[in-house]
Ligand binder design. Structure first.
Ligand SMILES: O=C(O)c1cccc(C(=O)CC[C@H]2O[C@@H](n3cnc4c(=O)[nH]cnc43)[C@H](O)[C@@H]2O)c1
Length: 215
């Protein structure tokens, strides 16, 4: 099996590589996607054109929805959703799907979600399986967080790359999964309080679990 893992930034990539240190050679390829859905889609497309892969994983740190995914925990995507792709209307937000222009949701194989979630749970980390949102703008208010949770039932975490990675993989018919470790709650902006160390440590441990389950 050949697995392509994409992270937004180098510290995330390094955490994943530490977790995969004992992986069999040739199974995992960990590359940088860049920050944001568009850069991630471009770089995933390039990587998929250059190599053969059986599975693509978008991995990194993320905001966790309060009451669903705590700081230091892990979220595995059941669906990867472009949460701000659409239009504002007088009646509220309309997604691209509702407008009839395309798809904002990429499905994830349920059996894969189950296997990876169980493997991560075995490490002792708290883990939750649910929809992971992709946003071009990091949520910075309680109002936006509440609106996202209302619009997308089960919303568990938000990052900035998952949908770009997922769409590129989906276009090629390659299964995709998103794995995020939580550095901060989704809500009022307090960048200084992001728990990067905890989130990178969890990313390393969760990557070790990936190695156990994807051989
Ligand atoms: O300080 C900022 O507001 C900021 C803006 C853009 C990127 C960053 C990063 O630190 C890049 C890392 C990566 O982190 C993900 N992330 C983490 N927490 C959240 C969140 O609450 N909402 C959305 N994304 C989040 C994201 O995928 C970035 O690429 C910081």
């Amino acid at each position: 099996m050949r697995v392509l893992i994409l992270t937004a930034v180098s510290p995330e990539r390094e955490a994943v590589l530490r977790g995969l240190a004992d992986a069999e050679a040739g199974v995992f390829d960990v590359q940088l996607a860049g920050v944001g859905p568009m850069q991630a889609a471009i770089n995933t497309t390039k990587a998929l054109a250059a190599g053969q892969y059986d599975l693509v994983i978008s991995a990194g740190i993320a905001g966790g929805f309060v009451g669903v995914a705590d700081v230091g925990s892990v979220v595995i995507s059941t669906e990867i959703i472009a949460a701000d792709l659409g239009a504002e209307t007088p009646d509220g937000f309309s997604s691209l799907d509702e407008l009839g222009f395309g798809k904002t949701r990429v499905p994830v194989d349920a059996e894969l979600v189950k296997r990876v979630t169980e493997a991560v749970r075995q490490t002792g980390l708290a883990v939750h399986a649910g929809p992971i949102l992709t946003l071009s703008t990091v949520t910075g208010t309680a109002e936006t967080a509440a609106e996202l949770a209302r619009r997308i039932p089960g919303a568990s975490a938000e990052g900035m790359e998952g949908y770009g990675v997922a769409l590129a993989a989906h276009e090629r018919g390659i299964p995709v999964l998103e794995l995020r470790t939580i550095s901060n709650p989704v809500g009022p902006r307090n960048r200084a309080a992001w728990k990067m160390k905890e989130a990178f440590a969890a990313l390393e441990t969760a990557s070790k679990a990936l190695m156990e389950v994807l051989r």
